[in-house]
Design a binder for this molecule. Sequence first.
Ligand code: PXL
Length: 268
Amino acid sequence: MNTMYKAMTIAGSDTSGGAGMEADLKTFQEMGVYGMTALTCIVAQNPKKEWAHEIYPIALDVIEKQITTICDGIGSDAMKTGMLGSADLVELVAQTIDKYQLKNVVIDPVMVCKGIETIMVPEAAAAIKKVLVKRADVITPNTIEAAYLAGMPKVATLAEMQEAAGRIKELGAKYIIMKAGERFPGQQALDLIYDGKTFTINKHAKITGCFNQGAGCTFSAGITAGLAKGLSVQEAMAATEKFIAAALKGSFRLNKYSGATRHCAWRA
Ligand code: PXL
């Protein structure tokens, strides 16, 4: 009988297709993992209002039903979170992880969308810090989210990334993976992994002039897919770095506001 590695994402839908559960599913598929979804909200972009993101939450009991379908009905080898719009939902995710003793838990602490530097739902962000970070096998904050979780005014240098990773480790996450590219000065982008003992810092040439809507979701989905297949965190990271580099180089314009990463680019 054929076997298939499976992953669950608890995330929002990005109607424009670049981020959210759309990015997660495309990434799982490309990496050979069967994807399942518990949808938390629908994000619609308004073409008449400069592509403003409008968020429509799904009722909590409907999210719980979806989680039950997957966790009681099927089972998964790894899971990730994406946009969780309320403290109640964050609590539900924490309870789910405990109840089913989920393994390979990847928390993408989505608090900001591309280019927006303010925390979207402060109560949800506070709940992520309080109850989800400690349940993460891997947490994948961008530098804005890392600064929030670490209680630092900003994370804008390698030293600050290391400081933030140390503080997030103290909150209980097993591995912290932080990417910093565009915002950093210089020619290089950095990916950092911290396990509480060692910092592994991977430097890459910056991929400039690309579209990156959904790059963060794609990145954490890649790590999740790798873990579902039984890779170590370091191996999953290496596979994902290759995947995302190709996806960014192949990124394309959707309209005057946005462009998406090309999930199939690694095949070329
Ligand atoms: O990239 C963050 C993100 C996550 N999830 C959903 C989104 C976005 C950004 O647009 O729409 C559903």
